[in-house]
Design a protein around this ligand. Structure first.
Ligand SMILES: *Cc1c(COP(=O)(O)O)cnc(C)c1O
Length: 262
């Protein structure tokens, strides 16, 4: 049996994680914000349970030992399988799972109880499935005050093939979701159009922040979270108020994207 975790992989992850946390801290201070205000979600799609377990261990070794490691996944089956393996490989290292991929409503019932935060709510239909699933868990002996935390995904660049509600529809959906006691609407998420230069993302990040303020004012609700910024543009997202950045490549390395059914 090879030693676990492979030393090289742990060392690779440690360096990457140190570098990303340093970038977050620098960007936060430059914006007059505290680095602790920003949650790093390490995006693990296509990466192994071993890599996630190694990250969870590093996380507890003083990097951000006061909080669980936050792991983001895009595909439900992959995420649930990996979650089981990580619990086995790193049983004492707390991990919280974030769902950041496109979600079909027939699969949405699996979110409550498995993911602390859903970043990609984009329809009333999906919200209704989540609501029902939370009720079922409660009725079957789950925590009485259980709520599913959610963010609305906004298609901030109004791109043809991209998921998310268009900006002008976000307020209507926010109103519906914030009226559902089983859901806790905490903010907005976006993936801006991919640009070769990170600077190109900045106007979209600013637009998401402005949309958040507009919805907060007109509905009289608080939306504290903005999930925006990835490996190549996290600094700009933080400058525009991101509270959650989702970083894959710069932590786990480049993804080998196998052809897959999704
Ligand atoms: C894959 C993915 C990320 C991470 O992207 P990187 O460029 O690898 O940092 C962030 N958010 C979402 C929604 C993703 O699907």
């Amino acid at each position: 049996m090879p030693p676990f975790p492979p030393l090289l992989e742990a060392e690779f992850l440690r360096k990457n994680l140190d570098a990303v946390l340093a970038r977050i801290a620098t960007a936060a201070r430059a914006a007059g914000r505290a680095p602790e205000e920003i949650t790093l979600v390490s995006v693990a799609k296509f990466h192994s349970a071993e890599a996630v377990a190694a990250l969870a261990r590093l996380w507890q070794q003083g990097l951000r030992g006061d909080k669980p490691a936050a792991i983001g996944e895009n595909y439900l089956q992959e995420a649930l399988a990996k979650r089981g393996q990580v619990e086995f490989l790193a049983p004492t290292n707390p991990v919280e799972w974030h769902f950041i991929g496109h979600l079909q409503s027939r699969k949405a019932k699996n979110i409550p109880g498995n993911f602390c935060l859903l970043h990609t709510l984009d329809s009333e239909k999906l919200a209704c499935v989540l609501q029902k699933s939370v009720r079922e868990i409660r009725d079957n002996g789950g925590p009485a005050g259980m709520r599913q935390r959610v963010l609305l995904q906004v298609n901030i660049g109004r791109e043809e093939q991209k998921d998310g509600v268009h900006p002008e529809e976000a307020e209507g959906l926010a109103e519906v979701v914030s009226g559902m006691p089983e859901l806790a609407l905490e903010g907005l998420m976006c993936i801006p159009p991919f640009g070769a230069a990170p600077e190109l993302s900045r106007p979209y990040f600013a637009a998401l922040r402005e949309l958040r303020e507009k919805i907060e004012n007109s509905l009289g609700i608080a939306l504290p979270q903005l999930s925006m910024g990835m490996s190549h543009d996290l600094e700009l997202a933080i400058a525009e108020g991101a509270t959650i950045v989702r970083v894959g490549t710069d932590i786990f390395g480049r993804r080998k994207t196998p052809s897959r059914p999704e």
